[in-house]
Design a protein around this ligand. Structure first.
Ligand code: ASP
Length: 324
């Protein structure tokens, strides 16, 4: 009995040592009511995407519908060079798309290496809802999309094609993503009913090898949702997000009592610590939202921003960063 008491005591105080702010938030009598609904998403284009998500959320809609509708705005924007139509192609000139979605019941769907469909997020949702699987890729994903009534179209815009042809002149492939050269949209939302969902969609790193898949369609890397705890999403060089299971790590840290901000910082710190020679030349940014509607964001380098929409808020915010 004494041992058990000791164990409980050390566990409780261990938790306090981790994060006094979030642990004190657990005291039900003093806990403020959650800020909901709320939606957050990556980069400048998050603002427009949030506006579409907000139409759903402010009408007491489901977070799942909000995040799908939200990121579809970015997928449909031909000027966005790393999401949907207009995305820069791989080194062979193919636009290949990755996307995933996850709801409040742990249902998830994903497509990777999908070509010629403008809304991979909606195909991912169909994978979630209409198949016994989580992930479909390439030709199989294409066949499934056609069977669901999605129509094929050419996603290589003249602007993206011209950029690719210019790249072909030197064909210098640097696996590092320049910090200005990526803008996957990751979006997470908490709805009026207190349910969380998330979506993430991208054309991935420009000039990637044909067949390369990044973190964005990988549940646990580019996106993770646990309705008891919170949700997280990622942007940046996907290989390094995958290596630390970024989004899942952040949600698990929030489960242990870390605030969304602290959890994002821990995930960035993990990359920095494990890859001291690589992190200087690559960007990764994380975004997190917890069950109380508290959010956080952090990146390796300066330049990552995110958009927040709630009843009292419609902001674009510069995230904190590890190095200048
Ligand atoms: N995370 C994406 C990928 O690695 C790219 C990005 O966010 O810029 O495919």
């Amino acid at each position: 009995m004494t041992d058990r008491r000791k164990f409980l005591k050390s566990t409780i105080f261990g938790g306090l040592a981790v994060s006094t702010s979030s642990v004190s938030g657990l005291a039900c009598s003093t806990k403020p009511s959650p800020k909901k609904p709320i939606v957050i998403s990556t980069w400048n284009h998050g603002k427009e995407a949030n506006a579409a998500a907000w139409e759903v959320l402010s009408n007491k809609g489901r977070a799942l519908d909000a995040v799908e509708k939200g990121v579809m705005v970015t997928e449909a924007d031909p000027d966005n060079a790393t999401v949907g139509i207009g995305g820069f192609p791989d080194r062979d000139g193919n636009v290949t798309l990755d996307a995933c979605i996850m709801d409040e019941n742990d249902n998830c769907g994903s497509v990777a290496f999908l070509q010629n469909f403008k809304h991979p997020i909606s195909v991912a949702r169909k994978v979630m809802e209409e198949t016994p699987h989580v992930m479909l890729v390439g030709e199989g994903a294409k066949r499934f999309a056609l069977s669901q009534g999605f129509e094929e179209e050419n996603l290589l815009t003249p602007k993206a094609e011209a950029a690719w042809k210019k790249w072909l002149e030197n064909q210098e492939y640097q696996p590092e993503i320049n910090i200005e050269n990526h803008d996957t949209i990751g979006m997470v939302a908490l709805d009026e009913n207190g349910h969380l969902s998330g979506a993430c969609t991208t054309s991935g790193a420009a000039w990637k090898m044909h067949g390369r898949v990044g973190d964005s369609p990988i549940i646990g890397a580019g996106l993770f949702v646990d309705n008891e705890v919170g949700a997280a999403t990622a942007t940046g060089l996907g290989e390094f997000v995958i290596k630390i299971c970024g989004a899942h790590m952040i949600v698990e840290l929030m489960r242990q009592g870390y605030s969304p901000q602290e959890a994002c910082e821990q995930a960035v710190n993990r990359i920095v610590k494990k890859y001291p020679n690589d992190y200087k030349n690559l960007q990764v940014g994380f975004l997190a939202l917890n069950k109380n509607g508290e959010y956080g964001a952090y990146s390796i380098h300066k330049g990552f921003n995110f958009a927040v929409r709630a009843h009292d808020q419609d902001d674009l915010i510069d995230a904190g960063h590890y190095s200048g």
